[in-house]
Design a protein around this ligand. Sequence first.
Ligand code: RB5
Length: 150
Amino acid sequence: MKFYIATDHAGYGVKDFVKVYVHSKGHEIVDLGPDSDERVDYPDFAKKCAEAVITDKGSFGILICGTGIGISIAANKVAGIRAALCHDAYTASVTRAHNDANILCFGERVVGRGVIESMIDAFCDTEFEGGRHTERVHKIEGCSFGADLG
Ligand code: RB5
């Protein structure tokens, strides 16, 4: 698998750890920054990674901020991105199987390194199940448009 990775300053602390782990599992990983733990805005790095994943068909992303929340919300603004905020191997596996997630998100301040490894394993080892989930995933794109919010 090919991954793009980006973080904000609050996710920067585990970026190298994740890169080494993903690489050790035989996957490719491209670092989109930042290059230090200097304060940055997570939407800028979410956009960079999301656009890379859309442009490079078949690739995946990993996004990390303090909680994983802001960076996943921002990434999901890019059409075609299904960025899943995960907390454990179960959520990382089921989001591949049911949501065909293309970006794994988590919070450095939330999960430890052992959990991070198990989430990466689960995300990489699980295929999209298709079937009844296919139409649901297609409907996600429609959610952004024409919603009547009253
Ligand atoms: C940065 O302090 C923090 O707000 C950010 O990393 C993230 O947790 C936002 O959702």
